[in-house]
Design a binder for this molecule. Structure first.
Ligand code: IVH
Length: 722
């Protein structure tokens, strides 16, 4: 009998499916989505990108809309997605675990070195050494040793709070369990990774056992470290390179280089390619050398890390939001591949921005299967003249979304039509326009949906942002749950999250109708029953929500999703206004551009007219104010904490002017902020101190006129405590 392959249904547009094909397609999608859920939630091993997953669910929903009678009992649209399991205990890091800023070319590296010199006020000829070492592509781990004994191992998590994986770290050979001659308190930081050889052997074994293989060594390392059963971790060959440290009871050394050598003496593995150099040229030469050695190292690296060698300099340089000023990662160029552009879809973001997404014939790029890439915006599609059916070059660098970098026109098929960018929102059908930037008078390159609140896509993206990691970060309430609750009409705005428990108790909604399935997802069950497991997971969710009723003002402001106000600006506002209420009141008053409130907002260092406009516009909308007011009935944003409330300058507003002698303006500013002072760019009645260096001009005069205390640099240093 001739073998007949079932006809493919996955590439037939929904509008053209016959009922038979639709039924087959719904069956295929249900199976595929369930498999992806299992991989994501139960195995910690995403089988596909979020975008690919969303596309499957969208297609499923569209088919169900066209053929309601064909909807399956196990339809994925009835699932709320799985609550991320609270597998490991959470631990707060004694010192945050930060990430690195990136340099992509030699000019970026030269800039980095220049910035460091400028900040430290070092002349071109003053000596300044850097270490250079491979950037290991694994996952970072903090190992806390107390009196020489490994007491706690924690993953990076969001940088502030990680997961306790001590039992698993104990199973890693490279990690010493006890140290001789170490400081009483020593936190060693480094990278857990898996060698190529071990990765291939592990995958071969998994496949032989009928299990799914890992996409790359990094996923394998992460999946192995994050095993609840430490015996599984032990059976998986993980390695560890030490390259940094956290809390310490005494310094390890005076330089980065010597500190890492000290770690080696304590029996940690350190990377053999770490060197110390004085010039940009030497750094670049080492980068090239490592680049050439890369393929033969036997483990994945994705760049070279440069760090200022002197630790007293590192201390002075400090941090900017999440990155140390004293280090940067010089990345290797992205990996590329050629594939076919199968479709261009339009996604609508939180601010209404329409982003064209390239759906690609799946292709492996640097060990990862890619089936979606960004096309950025309308202009980009025009510039590249990307057409459906074209052969395209895509590139992927690290964790960033793959991009279409080139269209191979000579491979274009006859009849390929130019892409027509929609001028209406594909979700709510409102007009999509290119806004004009008030500062430049130029039309924006992005088209935005004008639907605002009526646009479901914007509303749901805003809610996703609200619960995201650097905003409310509610355990068990992630993007998928938000999307599902939104679709069910249970959560429509932020305040709704905080009334869930009350609405459940009063019978207004019945969350027991969402029964938990074995794979961890929640299934809509019309005869929902109250089992102990259901009650427990619901109780956990409510508790996790209640735990966020008190939240830092900075997170609260960030969560609102005010245009141009992200994490950094949210923190600036929270600090400047001492909390949320002050910010709210000021943004309302600042609507009048002549007002002192407006001038005061612009005086915040780092806040320009565009950011101010974002804040003003947000609070100018009555529905935003109402939504915020409803939220404020549920949630208490905390007064902004000053970094060191015991410093006499904490909470004070200070302005620096003129040429400072012992430090640069940037350093002075950074130090003042770390002591909890607010640094402003202009003098007003609210200024507490003006620190005047040499050649101070109009600011000095204005301060004197307003009776603001004027300090010399020396007086300031004495007041701020050295
Ligand atoms: S130093 C303050 N050195 O890269 C930052 N990080 O993007 C201290 N990483 O989270 C990190 N190799 O997981 C440093 N040789 C190296 C590294 C390295 C890999 C990772 C680390 C960090 C991420 C930052």
């Amino acid at each position: 009998m001739a073998k007949q392959k079932a006809a493919r249904t996955d590439d037939i547009p929904v509008a053209r499916l016959t009922p038979e094909q639709a039924a087959a397609e719904l069956a295929r999608l249900a199976a595929k989505i369930a498999e992806a859920d299992r991989a994501y939630y139960a195995d910690d091993r995403p089988a596909m990108s979020d975008a690919a997953y969303d596309a499957l669910r969208r297609r499923n929903l569209l088919i169900e809309k066209r053929f309601p009678k064909l909807k399956r009992d196990d339809s994925p649209s009835d699932k709320i997605g799985a609550a991320p399991s609270a597998k490991f205990d959470k631990v707060r890091h004694a010192l945050p675990m930060l990430s690195l800023d990136n340099a992509f070319d030699e000019a970026d590296v030269a800039d980095f070195v220049k910035r460091v010199r400028r900040f430290l006020k070092l002349d071109e000829d003053a000596s300044l050494a850097f270490t250079a070492e491979p950037k290991i592509d694994g996952l970072s781990l903090n190992l806390r040793y107390e009196k020489g004994v490994l007491a706690l191992a924690a993953t990076r998590g969001d940088g502030a709070v990680g997961e306790n994986v001590t039992a698993n770290a104990l199973a890693i050979d490279d990690i010493p369990k006890a140290l001789k001659g170490a400081p009483d308190l020593l936190e060693v930081r480094g990278e857990v990774y898996m060698s190529h050889e071990d990765f291939l052997a592990l995958n071969a074994r998994l496949e032989a056992e009928g299990e799914e293989a890992f996409a790359n060594p990094r996923n394998a390392a992460a999946g192995s470290l994050r095993q609840l059963d430490a015996a599984i971790t032990a059976a998986r060959p993980l390695r560890f390179f030490a390259y940094a440290w956290g809390a310490l009871s005494e310094p390890l050394a005076e330089t980065q280089f010597d500190a890492v050598r000290r770690l080696k003496k304590l029996r940690f593995e350190i990377n053999p390619l770490m060197r110390r150099f004085e010039t940009v040229d030497e750094l670049i030469a080492h980068y090239r050398m490592i680049g050439e050695a890369r393929a033969g190292l036997g483990y994945d690296i994705d760049g070279v890390v440069y760090k200022v060698d002197r630790l007293d300099y590192q201390e002075r340089l400090g941090f900017v939001s999440r990155h140390p000023r004293w280090a940067t990662a010089h990345k290797f160029p992205a990996e590329k591949a050629t594939t076919v552009l199968e479709a261009i879809e339009i996604q609508v973001g939180r601010t209404g921005k329409l982003t064209p997404v390239a759906r690609l014939k799946p292709v492996t790029v640097g060990g990862v299967v890619v089936s979606n890439a960004t096309l950025h915006n309308e202009d980009e599609i025009k510039r590249k003249d990307a057409r459906v059916g074209d052969t395209v070059v895509i590139q992927r660098a690290g964790d960033v979304i793959p991009q279409v970098v080139e269209v191979l026109k000579d491979k274009r098929l006859k009849g390929a039509k130019p892409f027509v960018f929609p001028d209406r929102c594909p979700v709510c059908d409102s007009h999509a326009v290119n806004e004009v930037n008030p500062q430049t008078g130029k039309a924006d390159v992005d088209r935005r949906c004008t639907g605002g609140l009526i646009c479901a896509a914007q509303a749901v993206e805003r809610l996703k942002h609200f619960v995201s990691r650097n905003a409310f970060d509610i355990e068990g309430l992630g993007e998928k749950q938000i999307a599902a609750f939104f679709e069910q009409g249970i959560i429509r705005e932020p305040a709704d999250i905080f009334t869930l428990r009350r609405r459940q108790d009063s019978g207004e909604i019945d969350l027991y109708a969402y029964k938990k399935k074995p794979d961890g997802s929640i299934h809509l069950d019309k005869d929902g029953n109250k089992t102990p497991t259901n009650a427990k997971s619901m109780g956990n969710l409510f508790d996790a929500i209640d735990a966020r009723r008190e939240i830092s003002a900075a997170r609260f402001i960030n969560a609102l999703g005010v245009r141009h106000v992200g994490e950094t600006n949210a923190r600036l506002f929270a600090e400047h206004y001492g909390g949320f209420d002050g910010f709210y009141a000021a943004a309302v008053k600042a609507r009048d551009r002549e007002s002192e409130a407006y001038q005061d907002m612009l005086s915040i260092d780092g806040v320009g007219a565009l950011v101010a406009q974002g804040a003003i516009d947000f609070f100018d909308e009555v529905h935003n104010r109402e939504a915020v007011d409803r939220l404020l009935r549920e949630v208490r944003p905390q007064a902004a904490q000053t970094a060191a409330a015991d410093s006499p300058v904490a909470g004070r507003t200070v302005v620096f002017t003129g040429t400072l002698e012992t430090m640069t303006r940037d350093e002075a500013k950074a130090r003042a902020q770390s002591l909890g002072a607010r640094v402003s760019g202009s003098i007003s009645a609210k200024t507490d101190y003006l620190v005047a260096g040499a050649k101070a001009g109009s600011k000095l005069k204005k301060a004197q006129d307003l009776g603001v205390t004027v300090l010399t640099e020396e007086e300031w240093t004495a007041l701020a405590g050295g």
